[in-house]
Design a protein around this ligand. Structure first.
Ligand SMILES: *[C@@H]1O[C@H](CO)[C@@H](O)[C@H](O)[C@H]1NC(C)=O
Length: 356
């Protein structure tokens, strides 16, 4: 089954990850590197290269057009895919499902909590990356965020170029297509979760100001908008994942379309409620992810902590213990003024991995 066209972009972010892994050579231990990556400017300077990059991405026809029209976009889409993958793998590094690329295709076709997280983290990464690319001047059609919005404009002014989320969200709604009305439950849920991701980025925006004037008089303030680090957005979404709401569908008679319904929260008078805009929603209970399946490679071979995670991560199969020597710097001393001299020490480390 093909994903609905409007969401193909997200599947792009989630799916070609298979290709991305090969491309980026991920080990799962990468730190979250903020872009721009090396070579970004050089690559997008050649428009021919840019068009080729658009062709390489899995995009709908309309999205491909948007991509070709905007130099710098293909690069940004790839950055977003990379960012969402790294963040997903970081947030799930201690879980049975570790956001492995194996089984990604299977997961995206279902309605698990993990599917919900994938949609949300992908759209969040896209919103974040677009806003950053915009303020870094890597997208031609995007202008600086000079949005008014604070009171008493005479006391301060918008400074430099903030992270332009306004441009980003406007572009995203264009890129992801119009909201589809009464499609099936899954399409509604995917669209909802996509929106949760964008919302998470929006709610992380902070206004930062700097004072100018004679010795801290703050006669003039320069302010700009700043996105929170993506790690914080990932953390927020992980919490949403843990509190995800199971939904079913009901046809809204008055509107004649399908709506999402969740069982009422305790203490609420109604029997069923629409999920809140910030809730991640899912329809199906997840598999255990213990054994290899179409959704994950299972947990055999996963490193775990004997005190904390081995028993749950290994699903009761037990773990192997392995010792190894690791070298590290020690007995460091400052020499003269400006450099530090260290010795190499060796320490034994014990590694625990889940049995097959
Ligand atoms: C996830 O778990 C699988 C299966 O144990 C392992 O092969 C893979 O390296 C892990 N991926 C990450 C990113 O930790």
């Amino acid at each position: 089954m093909r994903p609905p066209p409007a969401l193909a972009a997200l599947c792009l972010l989630a799916l070609p990850a298979a290709a991305a892994a090969a491309y980026f050579g991920l080990t799962g231990r990468e730190v979250l590197t903020p872009f721009p990556g090396p070579g970004t400017a050089a690559a997008s300077a050649q428009s021919g290269a840019h068009l080729r990059q658009c062709d390489l991405l899995q995009l709908s026809r309309r999205q491909k057009q948007l991509c070709r029209r905007e130099p710098g976009l293909a690069e940004t889409l790839q950055d977003a895919a990379h960012l969402s993958l790294l963040e997903c793998q970081f947030q799930f590094r201690h879980e049975r499902w570790n956001c492995s690329l194996e089984g990604r295709t299977g997961l995206l076709k279902r309605g698990f909590k993990e599917t919900a997280f994938l949609y949300a983290v992908s759209s969040a990464a896209l919103a974040h990356t677009l806003a950053r690319a915009c303020s870094a001047g890597r997208l031609e059609r995007c202008t600086c965020d000079d949005s008014p919005g604070l009171q008493s404009p005479q006391a301060w002014q918008w400074g430099v170029c903030g992270d332009n989320l306004k441009y980003s969200t406007k572009f995203l709604s264009q890129f992801l297509g119009p909201k589809r009305g009464s499609k099936d439950l899954r399409a509604r849920a995917d669209a909802h979760n996509t929106h949760v991701g964008i919302k998470a980025v929006k709610s992380g925006v902070r206004t930062t100001c700097k004072c100018h004037g004679v010795s801290g008089s703050c006669a003039v303030r320069t302010c700009w908008k700043q996105l929170s680090p993506f790690r914080e957005t990932g953390q927020a979404l992980k919490l949403r994942y843990e509190a995800a709401v199971k939904v079913s569908s009901a046809t809204n008679e008055a509107l004649g379309r399908l709506e999402l319904w969740a069982p009422a929260r305790p203490g609420s008078p109604a029997k069923e409620l629409a999920p809140r805009p910030g809730d991640l929603v899912y329809m199906e209970d997840s598999p255990s992810f213990c054994r290899p399946s179409k959704y994950s490679p299972g947990t055999a071979g996963r490193a775990c902590s004997r005190e904390a995670s081995c028993s749950s991560l290994c699903c009761g199969r037990g773990y192997d213990t392995q010792s190894r020597l690791v070298a590290f710097s020690c007995h460091c001393r400052v020499q003269w003024c400006c450099y530090v001299e260290c010795q190499q020490c060796v320490q034994e480390e014990t590694l625990y991995t889940c049995k097959h």
